[in-house]
Design a protein around this ligand. Structure first.
Ligand SMILES: Nc1ncnc2c1ncn2[C@@H]1O[C@H](COP(=O)(O)OP(=O)(O)O)[C@@H](O)[C@H]1O
Ligand SMILES: O=P(O)(O)OC[C@H]1O[C@@](CO)(OP(=O)(O)O)[C@@H](O)[C@@H]1O
Length: 675
């Protein structure tokens, strides 16, 4: 990964929006040149500098209150919709003079600017969920004022963003992780008021159609939400299809030489971006992903223009590039099952989509000099991460995207998750501890090993079948062939291959895959794995997979906890996700989520199969990640003992299967997936 950092002074707006390089340095940038007025001088002379012109949604009305964002915002979007599009220079390199805003740092506002939005003055802009800590002495159950709030919990006026920007310069500002970090304030009052301003991230996708942009977006949305950052995708194609007259646009709609449809497409894109900003405003969004081709510098310039006045928003461009013709062809065929072509003639649809791509290719400008001159952050993902180029990546949230994009792949494989077999403590209803398995628990482990062996062979046959079909397709096979491989999911014995398999080494590696078995370092988990052949499986114990630590409640039953620590019992029932057990090592679900982050990323990185033999909390959190569960559901998923879950990542989503174990017949039966 190549990355380069360049420093640049931030900019200040004059009344006619002419930008001048201002001496003001934002927290992370170089000091201003000596000749320019310093920040304090500027503050002193603030009367002579016009405040930045803010989008109407941030402006106070005559009554001094901040107008309703949505109505204001609607006005501004109407204005922008009807406004003449920003002047696009005729030269190939767009005119960037109006763009040198410091997207990477907050646009400082004046203390006494008449345009200072009341909200910005009256309270912390983006309050983060307070760390709900139930230390021994007191526990404050998570309640509404602890939850992320866009508006301050108090009406008193905290320091304005400018002072905060100054203090961030002195103190600096680093990652804020829900449930893991909590900023320290000397003045206890300030905690409610000037809650540290947390960045909001707009991810802007770039790439030709069928380059996996939406696929990447869906994975990032799932990953950020699992980490408890409110993340949502805004797809321009979906926005287009919501308009009755654009549900099935053919390739001509995407012809860049057609000024009418080109303007329509630009308006649809900007309205989708406005919807993203509304979501920031009204639903306390933290990471908004703008999913479109954004395939020209002029479009990207318009996007940056649209965002440059929004406080505390940073941008990250993610471009997906693919020159693997076989993969592109496969992607295009996938599109035929999508909303634009569903139930239409495949051959005709394929030709139309190929024409659409050709039209985009005419004007496609990959990320590069234009973005680098503006110091914009970007990641180029080339051929599904075979090569990744990152430029000027800063900020915790952007770094999370890079980390994730370095570690995902498309290889078909299975991810199995189960709890350990029944333990002695399970029979006693005691939580935590480090008990061994009961005889039933051992029987489960033994039968689990045989079941997984059978499913491993079955998947291998399925892969071979699919590969054969794919190669037929690539070599003129009949696309209409629909007889998908229909495995017998309840088959207990490995299926003998029907014909001898002659594979070249590369194909063999894709089909005959290694298989990892991961356990925690607790006896009940490791004993369950004891029946797997370590010649055939890569068996590994991981402390990260240990069950949640219940601190002083360890080895108690829930009834004993309710009787001994009634407040704790009630507090946990109120908010299992944030609640942290008191006592040495006590954990919350959020603590375990962050403990499992490296495990999840490793599972995403792997191209082969894995079985995780965990615990109830571990199983819930891993399944919640792949299901994309809502925050409030994670800690309540129903994951009984002796149940195995199979997760199969797919090009357009994820397949889930559930198998229940019957100790009488010693078999596993597939049941409708339900957690
Ligand atoms: N980084 C990538 N490069 C190329 N293809 C990818 C990538 N990631 C996912 N895919 C494939 O792209 C297909 C989905 O394409 P999609 O996300 O709809 O493309 P786009 O949104 O760019 O039009 C899936 O079949 C998936 O396997
Ligand atoms: O979050 P809850 O629902 O309490 O479940 C966690 C509990 O589940 C248990 C059930 O006993 O896990 P485990 O799967 O290891 O048996 C306890 O060890 C653990 O404290």
């Amino acid at each position: 990964m190549s990355a380069s950092n360049s420093q640049r002074g931030s900019s200040f707006f004059k009344d006619d929006d002419q930008l001048v390089q201002s001496p003001v340095s934002s927290p992370s940038l170089q000091e201003s040149p000596p000749s320019s007025p310093t920040l304090s001088q500027r503050l002193h002379n603030s009367k002579d500098v016009q405040s930045p012109r803010l989008p109407s949604r941030f402006l106070q009305n005559d009554t001094g209150s901040t107008q309703n964002a949505s109505s204001q915002h609607a006005d501004s979007s109407i204005k922008s919709q009807n406004a003449t599009p920003p002047h696009h220079s005729t030269s190939t390199t767009p005119d960037t003079s109006s763009l040198h805003s410091s997207d990477s740092s907050p646009v400082p506002f004046h203390l006494n600017s008449p345009h200072m939005p009341k909200r910005m003055v009256s309270g912390g802009y983006f309050a983060l969920p307070k760390q709900v800590s139930s230390l021994r002495t007191e526990y404050r159950p998570a309640s509404v004022h602890h939850m992320p709030s866009f508006h301050p919990p108090s009406d008193s006026a905290p320091p304005s963003p400018l002072l905060l920007a100054q203090s961030m310069k002195r103190k600096g500002s680093t990652m804020s992780i829900p449930g893991q970090t909590s900023s320290v304030y000397s003045n206890p009052n300030s905690e409610g008021e000037g809650t540290a301003l947390e960045e909001k991230l707009v991810i802007i996708m770039v790439g030709l159609p069928a380059r996996g942009k939406s696929y990447i977006v869906n994975k990032l949305v799932r990953y950020y939400n699992w980490l408890q950052y409110n993340c949502k995708a805004f797809n321009v194609g979906n926005f287009r299809r919501q308009q009755a007259s654009h549900q099935r646009d053919d390739a001509s709609f995407f012809d860049p030489s057609n000024p009418e449809t080109s303007k329509l497409r630009e308006d649809m894109a900007m309205n989708t971006l406005t919807a993203l900003l509304d979501w920031f405003e009204n639903e306390n969004g933290v990471v908004g992903i703008f999913d479109a081709t954004n395939s020209t510098s002029s479009r990207r310039k318009a996007v940056v223009e649209h965002l440059k006045n929004v406080p505390y928003v940073t941008t990250l461009f993610i471009e997906s590039i693919c020159n693997d013709e076989q993969l592109i062809a496969a992607n295009m065929r996938m599109k035929l099952f999508g909303p634009d072509y569903r139930n239409m003639d495949p051959e005709k649809s394929l030709r139309d989509f190929q024409e659409r791509v050709r039209l985009y290719e005419q004007k496609y400008e990959p990320l590069g000099k234009f973005e680098e001159d503006l110091n914009l952050r970007y990641i180029k993902v080339i051929n599904v991460g075979k090569k990744v180029v990152a430029f000027n990546i800063r900020g915790f949230l952007a770094g999370q995207a890079v980390f994730f994009l370095l570690n995902f792949n498309l290889s078909p494989r299975q991810i199995w998750v189960t709890r350990h077999g029944e333990s002695v403590d399970n029979t006693l209803g005691r939580i935590g501890g480090n008990a061994s398995l009961t005889s039933l628990g051992k029987q489960y482990g033994e039968d689990l090993a045989m079941f997984i062996e059978a499913k491993r062979a079955e998947f291998q046959d399925r892969l071979f079948y699919d590969m054969t079909r794919e190669s037929n397709l690539m070599h003129g096979g009949n696309f209409h062939e629909r007889n998908e491989y229909q495995p017998d999911f309840n088959n207990q014995s490995p299926i003998e291959p029907t014909t001898p398999i002659e594979l070249d080494p590369e194909d063999e590696e894709k089909i005959i895959k290694p298989f990892s078995v991961w356990t925690s370092m607790m006896k009940r988990s490791m004993e369950t794995a004891a029946y797997f052949d370590d010649e055939q499986y890569d068996i590994k114990a991981m402390r990260m997979l240990n069950e949640i630590c219940s601190g002083v409640c360890d080895q108690l039953t829930y009834e004993q906890i309710e009787n001994t620590y009634p407040e704790e019992y009630e507090a946990r029932a109120l908010d299992k996700l944030n609640y942290r057990y008191p006592g040495s090592g006590g954990e919350s679900y959020l603590d375990v989520i962050y403990r499992l982050q490296s495990v999840i990323v490793e599972i995403e990185r792997m191209k082969h199969h894995v079985l995780v033999i965990g615990h109830r909390v571990i199983t819930r959190i891993i399944i919640a990640y792949f299901l994309g569960c809502r925050r409030e559901d994670i800690a309540h998923l129903n994951v009984p003992l002796h149940t195995v879950y199979c997760i199969e990542p797919q090009p357009y989503g994820t397949n889930f299967y559930q198998y229940n174990y019957d100790p009488q017949t010693r078999t596993f039966t597939r049941v409708p997936f339900h957690v």
